[in-house]
Design a protein around this ligand. Structure first.
Ligand code: F6P
Length: 361
């Protein structure tokens, strides 16, 4: 291969730029040019590209200086989109034509569930080689212990909760903090342990509105009975009851026995998705990006590079923490993570169940 493309798709995540940089660097070292596709699959269908490498007069390939610098920044320098057009066969056929027109012999897709689903269908239909890199703060992708952005998002949540704890303790208040995670409560669970929250509310627990209100009221009552000055509950976005409604209903439910209870709601939202990538996200991005190019050049396709502690099961790459999985398997496991049937989700829930009695102490 002499010319490949990379795109970032779906919700951006810190570390995407670092992965793009690693991809450009490794490809350049092999004399392969890299084109960045702008705005995800939208740009692929429209042939909207920019050079991420340049060929010098001596024939060697070098990385664009902006690509090098952006590697340390959040967001994605090549833009992202959630494309509806690419879900249609016509859009994908258009993308395939653009790849041929621009001499692109392979594609690397950095993104989450929807983006990797698109990659799987595209490579099957077009016959063009595609390798995926998991990127989503939600950590809901199968066959990888971490996706790009998860660590940075957790660090942001932890910092925000520390700030909230200061003001909560000053006023002896209870807080409900909502974090992103539409289908998967990983960010809520992992951050709750790290900040020693009093409780976690996630979609996977399947609680009704009434149960949520009862549980939250009890957590707050018990916390105050223990003399706490800060009572913190982390709620995942996937829990359908909006934060402000939950707070209002809980205050109402507690009016009889604690008429002066003060509960505040903070929705962290997109704050959690931005910011410069942490050390861990940069390191993982570098190693996954490296492995993605190496795999593509070796002829791999319809696959994703996953970040895992060195265990057996996948096809080993030159990096003991990176393994290659078929996209079909990745997508099946992702669906199971989201619908709760995956052993990964079951383990997380069982752990959370055990932790719930301890967290409130
Ligand atoms: O990328 C995943 C995610 O951040 C989810 O946690 C969240 O529900 C969703 O994206 C928000 O998407 P958008 O930025 O398109 O509103």
């Amino acid at each position: 291969m002499k010319r490949i493309a990379v795109l970032t798709s779906g919700g951006d995540s810190p570390g995407m730029n670092a992965a793009v940089r690693a991809i450009a660097k490794l490809a350049a070292s092999k004399g392969v040019q890299v084109m960045g596709v702008l705005e995800g699959y939208e740009g692929l269908m429209d042939g909207n590209l920019r050079e991420l490498t340049k060929t010098l007069s001596d024939g060697t390939v070098s990385v664009d200086v902006e690509v090098d610098a952006a590697g340390n920044q959040g967001g994605t320098m090549i833009g992202s989109a959630r494309s509806l057009r690419f879900r249609e066969a016509e859009g994908r056929a258009q993308a395939s034509l653009q790849m041929a027109k621009h001499g692109l012999e392979g594609l690397i897709v950095i993104g989450g569930n929807g983006s990797l689903t698109g990659a799987h269908i595209f490579t099957r239909e077009s016959g063009l080689p595609v390798v995926g890199v998991p990127g989503s703060i939600d950590n809901d992708i199968g066959c990888t212990a971490l996706a790009l952005g998860v660590d940075t998002a957790l660090n942001t949540i932890v910092q925000a909760c520390d700030h909230i704890a200061d003001t909560a303790r000053a006023h002896r208040r209870a807080f409900v903090v909502e974090v992103m995670g539409r289908d998967c409560g990983y960010l809520a669970m992992a951050s709750a342990i790290a900040v020693a929250a009093d409780a976690v509310l996630i979609r996977e627990q399947g609680k009704s509105e009434e149960q949520l209100v009862t549980d939250l009221s009890n957590v707050i009552r018990n916390g105050y009975a223990r003399g706490k000055r800060r009572i913190l509950t982390i709620k995942a976005e996937g829990v359908q009851v909006p934060c402000t409604r939950l707070v209002r209903l809980t205050e109402e439910a507690m009016r009889a026995d604690m008429p002066n209870v003060e509960i505040r709601a903070t929705v962290l939202g997109h704050v959690v998705r931005g910011g410069n990538p942490s050390y861990q996200d940069r390191a993982i991005a570098g190693r996954l990006g490296f492995a993605a190019v190496a795999s593509l050049l070796r002829g791999s396709s319809d696959t994703m590079v996953g970040w895992l502690p060195p265990v057996s099961g996948g096809t080993p790459t030159e990096d003991s923490s990176v393994q290659l999985f078929g996209l079909e398997q990745v997508l099946v496991e992702t669906a199971a993570v989201i619908d709760g049937t995956s052993p990964v989700t079951q383990r997380r829930l069982a752990l959370m169940q055990k932790a719930s009695g301890v967290l409130a102490l």
